[in-house]
Ligand binder design. Structure first.
Ligand SMILES: *Cc1c(COP(=O)(O)O)cnc(C)c1O
Length: 361
């Protein structure tokens, strides 16, 4: 191609995002624990809704997402006019970046923050600003110290990925209150539903005009393949996002499945309870084998090894046993492996393989 045809500045600085692997050469019965997917899968009601929607695939989908926004409002007690629906929450965060940050602006996130944040920042030509954490926990003072008159967006996931740690609502509020006036706090709540009774920042969104919350159907709802997410924020921000999204951004089966998943609260509750039970069981089992982790509030644990060599060796052993977990060296955690909480048999398989690796069997 002619050298005179060039992409926008920043785009060629992006390293391609690598998703969790799902295949191992020559292995059957592979256990994929690398993408924080729900081992119980989606609600049956969601699958049936997607199937029903397939009869009308010749029709364009809803453009205002009214039915899904209304269901979100009923379940989460939010104002449906201030709910925005996107193609996964990643799409919501990307549109926010495009709308509010550009060349010369800064987008702040923390050192072990979600790998997509620097990609969103660079894609819109903004400058990513990486802030240290405190022992794998988001540090509000460090974030506030990094803010400048150029800061437009501050991204934190709470619970955080890949650390699984959280900060409390008083800290989140202190962060929102301390930001410079031109900066918006974005609370990525991809794992919020795994925390019993957690409002994910909803009250703060309603109390302030500089806070936005994003949520997803990809994690507890088991609909990662459908690509549905949503955001809740100031009316002015929602109005901006609606101007730049595709008018038919969500497919009809995706909208139908998400609405049905949301209404099947019994399935969601079962997933939350099962996740907490087996997550804590797995964390204890690994700790007894000399592999500690921070208390996780999400659907994965961040297993810590002595060093990078041991983490790599354990990863190789797990692979030889048909188990795929996530290496997180790219997140500044080369001595760790992020392990999604599977179902009971999945967790037992991981514990057994780690015990073999540690020579405990
Ligand atoms: C998985 C995840 C998301 C969700 O992405 P989707 O686009 O909704 O599938 C967002 N943020 C974090 C931190 C995640 O781990």
């Amino acid at each position: 191609m002619a050298d005179s045809i060039q992409p926008q500045p920043g785009i060629m600085d992006i390293a391609l995002y690598k998703g969790g692997a799902s295949h191992l050469e020559g292995k059957h019965n592979v256990l994929k624990l690398s993408s924080n997917e729900n081992p119980l899968g989606p609600s049956d009601a969601a699958k049936e809704a997607a199937l029903r929607a397939s009869h009308d695939l010749h029709r364009y989908p809803s453009t205002d997402h009214a039915a899904l926004r209304s269901a979100i409002s009923e379940i989460w007690h939010v104002d449906p006019a201030r709910v925005f629906c996107g193609v996964g929450s990643g799409d919501v965060l990307k549109l926010l970046s495009e709308a509010y940050a550009g060349p010369g602006d800064e987008v702040v996130f923390t050192e072990h923050g979600f790998a997509m944040y620097p990609i969103y920042a660079r894609a819109c030509g903004a400058t990513p600003v990486v802030v240290p954490e405190n022992e794998r926990v988001v540090d509000v003072d460090n974030i506030l110290a990094a803010c400048t008159p150029k800061t437009k967006l501050v991204f934190i996931a709470n619970p955080a990925n890949p650390t699984g740690t959280m900060i409390g609502s008083a800290e989140v509020k202190r962060l929102a209150m301390g930001l410079p006036p031109q900066a918006m706090l974005v609370l990525d709540g991809a794992y919020a539903e795994f925390v019993d009774g957690f409002d994910a920042g909803k009250a703060l969104v309603e109390a302030r005009d500089n806070v936005f919350m994003s949520r997803t159907f990809s994690k507890i709802y088991g609909l990662g393949g459908m690509r549905v997410g949503w955001g809740y924020g100031p009316q002015a921000v929602i109005d901006v996002l609606n101007r730049i999204r595709g008018p038919f951004n969500l497919s009809a089966p995706a909208l139908a499945a998400a609405e049905a998943a949301l209404r099947d609260t019994a399935h969601t509750e079962k997933c939350r309870v099962e996740n907490a039970k087996w997550r804590d069981w797995l964390a204890n089992a690994l700790a007894e084998l000399g592999v500690p982790s921070d208390t996780s509030t999400a659907n994965f644990i961040l297993a810590r090894f002595a060093d990078e060599a041991e983490a790599d060796a354990c990863d190789s052993h797990l692979r030889s046993e048909g188990i795929i977990v996530r290496k997180v060296a790219g997140y500044g955690l080369p001595h760790c492996l992020r392990i999604t909480v599977g179902d009971e048999s999945g967790c037992r398989r991981v514990a057994h393989a780690v015990a073999q690796f540690k020579g405990a069997l």
